[in-house]
Design a protein around this ligand. Structure first.
Ligand code: AMP
Length: 553
């Protein structure tokens, strides 16, 4: 049934409720009105801790809205940011979308070449950047025809000295010149509000264009008890950057829930995070496994957790048993595993245990906790085989994971290629099982799964099992060619200390955790596992590095 058929259902009566648009700016207006003195605290890029409130942020955002219009920004224009998690970046989120333009967050960890491609593709009109990225801006902006102006996110005292940046404006001077009385316009909730490009491990990055409606609905979902359970008593520190899927929606869902926000700026190492969490009484925080590994090292050094930290959300890559166990059992911090993607705004599933699992012992609960979680209301999820046949939710049968829902992309920005299946689902590129209780478990990326004979071996499960080995600090598993089985697993590790365990020693350990036929055929030690701009293992690089290794030789 098409959307038009559904709208025109014969005999159906229209509901008699107000048709108010779901827009982004009212999230901040709400927080300014009803949580006016709730703080947004930032470790500023310039150094000192900066404190503001939702009320003050709302006033500055209105000044910024005037400033953007004065600079020539029109509805539908893209305004780029190259910035850390700070209060100024958040003001940009609301002002840009609030005037009907599109806030385009650029990931500064991309190569300068990729940034150039993105700025040209998005046809960005303005670029706001943090001091840290002055060199990248000087290089990437050369010859970018669409750009009207560049603005450094600081004050007159911090104007970059480089000659190529002599024309940049400073954010504080820019907004000081305008009034704080901007009346946010009302428009169609399906209008585009923000733009984020995928990390582009294969080919060029693709633009995901979020609408006001999708961002607001996603924020409701983030506040639910079954997901991030955000509330007024939370002091939230998003470690996930605002250039990675809108910091998983937190700059929108925190004002919606009235939560206090603590922004880490560029201090994303373990000691800086610990210090900020401890001094600002952070209760919950969200990030990828690598940052949780560095915070764990700091907590172990200090022999304690940041004093108010109650729960963390781990997403973006699989959480290992070691990580979950260390946070929960060693430090008493609740871990919620979660999965999503740029195309999903990003929330898809969050793991919290149904009561029947809570009655079990910690060891019995672990297999359930290692799953990515239960689907969030609003997202439909199915697994299918290569022919598209829908597979059973038996927790054993892996299939291609497909999703649909009001905060999931239906196509990419300025792209003609179809992003959906013929029956309207988005194929995530992940391989997963779903169990009878509705818990989804990612077993691999479709392109990373190791096809040994006719069977699939999960590289993610093998990596997680290897990470539990006491002498392994980091692990990645790729498929290498095999004359009989076509592909076999190959383990690439970073050793925890000077001692490098042999393949036999590692396999003797892995045998207790995974089926015997999954055991790696070879092992290599490297100084570091290459990570992409959003903290994921770059398997394409490893496959290239180890392309000449053949199993069974
Ligand atoms: P991105 O769009 O950069 O956020 O990447 C999305 C992809 O990251 C997903 O399709 C998964 O392959 C991977 N991913 C995200 N969260 C998890 C998780 N908890 N466990 C395993 N893989 C994950």
């Amino acid at each position: 049934m098409s959307q038009a058929d559904m709208n025109a259902m014969p005999g159906a009566l229209p509901g008699l409720m107000m048709d108010r648009p779901l827009l982004v700016a009212p999230l901040l207006t709400y927080a300014a009105q009803f949580h006016s003195d709730t703080e947004i605290i930032t470790r500023s890029v310039e150094g000192p801790i900066h404190r503001t409130t939702y009320a003050e942020m709302s006033r500055r955002t209105q000044r910024l809205a005037h400033a953007l219009i004065a600079l020539g920004v029109k509805p539908g224009d893209r305004v780029a940011t190259l910035a850390w998690n700070t209060w100024r970046h958040m003001e940009l989120y609301f002002a840009v979308s609030g005037i009907g333009a599109i806030c385009h967050t650029i990931n500064p960890r991309l190569s300068n070449e990729q940034m150039r491609y993105i700025i040209d593709h998005a046809e960005d009109r303005l670029l706001f950047f943090d001091l840290t990225f002055a060199d990248a801006v000087a290089d990437t902006c050369k010859g970018r025809k669409s750009l009207l102006a560049r603005v450094v996110l600081s004050d007159a005292a911090h104007r970059p000295a480089r000659a190529e940046l002599s024309d940049v404006l400073t954010y504080e001077e820019l907004i000081a010149a305008h009034d704080e009385d901007y009346a946010w316009p009302e428009f169609d909730e399906n209008t585009a509000a923000s733009l984020c490009y995928t990390s582009g491990t294969t080919g060029n990055p693709k633009g995901v264009l979020y609408s006001h409606r999708s961002l607001v609905l996603h924020s409701f979902a983030c506040c639910m008890a079954a997901t991030m359970s955000l509330n007024v008593d939370d002091r939230v520190l998003p470690i996930v950057p605002m250039f990675h899927v809108n910091a998983w929606g937190l700059p929108y869902s925190c004002p919606m829930s009235g939560a206090t926000l603590i922004m880490p700026g560029r201090g994303l190492d373990g000691p800086s995070l610990f210090e900020l969490m401890d001094s600002e009484f952070v209760t919950c925080s969200q990030g990828v496994p690598t940052v949780w590994m560095s915070l764990l090292a700091t907590m172990r050094e200090k022999g304690r957790k940041p004093k108010a930290l109650k729960r963390i959300l781990i997403g973006g890559a699989a959480a290992s048993e070691m990580l979950i166990e260390a946070y929960e059992a060693e430090f008493g911090i609740q871990v919620n595993h979660a999965w999503g993607m740029t195309e999903m705004s990003p929330l898809g599933v969050v793991n919290n245990l149904k009561p029947k699992f809570l009655k079990k012992t910690r060891a019995e609960q672990m297999p359930q906790k290692l799953k990515q979680g239960r689907v969030v209301y609003g997202v439909d999820m199915r697994i299918v085989d290569i022919e598209g046949t829908i597979l059973a939710h038996d927790g054993r049968t892996p299939g291609h994971l497909q999703v649909r829902g009001p905060w999931i992309a239906k196509s990419y920005f300025k792209s003609d290629s179809a992003a959906l299946t013929t029956d309207g689902w988005f194929d995530t590129g992940d391989i997963a099982t779903i169990d009878a209780d509705g818990y989804m478990h990612i077993t691999d990326r479709a392109k990373d799964v190791i096809k040994s004979g006719g069977e699939w071996i999960s590289s993610v499960d093998l990596e997680n099992a290897a990470l539990d080995h006491p002498q392994i600090a980091h692990a990645a598993v790729i498929g290498i060619r095999h004359p009989k089985w076509l592909e076999r697993p190959y383990l690439i590790c970073v050793a925890r200390g000077a001692q490098k365990p042999s393949l036999q020693e590692v396999n003797a350990y892995l045998e207790t955790k995974v089926p015997k036929w999954w055991l790696p055929d070879g092992i290599a030690f490297v100084d570091a596992i290459p990570l992409g701009p959003t903290g994921k293992i770059q398997k394409t690089k490893l496959r290239e590095q180890f392309k000449d290794v053949i199993a069974g030789k």
